[in-house]
Write a new protein. Sequence first.
Length: 289
Amino acid sequence: MAKVIILGAGAAPGVPSLSCGWGDCNASNKKNIRTRTDTYVEIDDTKFLIDTSPDIRQHLLDNDIKHLDAVLYTHAHADHLHGIDDLREINRIRLHEAYQAQGEIAYHHGNYNFNSLDKIGDLSIRCYADKVTTKVIRKRFSYLVDTLLSKKKNVFYTPSFKFTEIKSNHPFYINNVKITPLKQMGHNVPSIGYAFNDGEYVHISDFKTLPSSAFEQINVRPKLLVIPLTTPFEQRGHAGFDMVMKVIEKINPEKAVINHMATECDYDEINERTPDFVTPAFDGMKIEW
């Protein structure tokens, strides 16, 4: 069993945006209301979050997401990263449940019995990103990143995220799920996508073009492909509609979802331009297989 939730379907300004309002989007269609993009993935009971947008707190609340096995980052742009601090609540949930597992009263008006902290295992959140993105996160959010891998921290007061640097085309495993980072090209900062279980699920982030090496990592026909379309026209750092459709055709998924849409992308207009197996995303969209 697998599930993907498009927590937020919008590009950096969201829809409506402060500068453009609704733009080309029909304001009466609720599917055109878009917060900044991040995605929840659950495969074989392993729970992933891809990116942490500035809207992540509300996304987690709206979808009752309280447990994560790992966070995967695609790149270091603010609309994909700057909600990271809100994940400290996941640390606190882990702490609360660890005390409950010991049969102790875990929480009372914000106070824990921290004398028993040494009985608790590592409560850090495991995060994965490429070298450039990891470096940026360590610089911008140094207070979140735990560099002492063997040290147990009081995560109620001090959040603890532990980063593993990953490389394109070098797969790794989280539980029994194989994850392969995919090289992407042409965005104005380095970005990567992800193929889960050799391509069962493929997640493409901001890109202009994909090299042949990205396609070579997809060894099964995907059940689902999520791919961004910021604007229908090509722009610096982003593929346009024609390129997105060429990538979809080449990957040949059973279902494709077009994500990360700005005010230039009206839901119904994009939907009319695509074949039946391709559909635009909307906030809270759920896909299961």
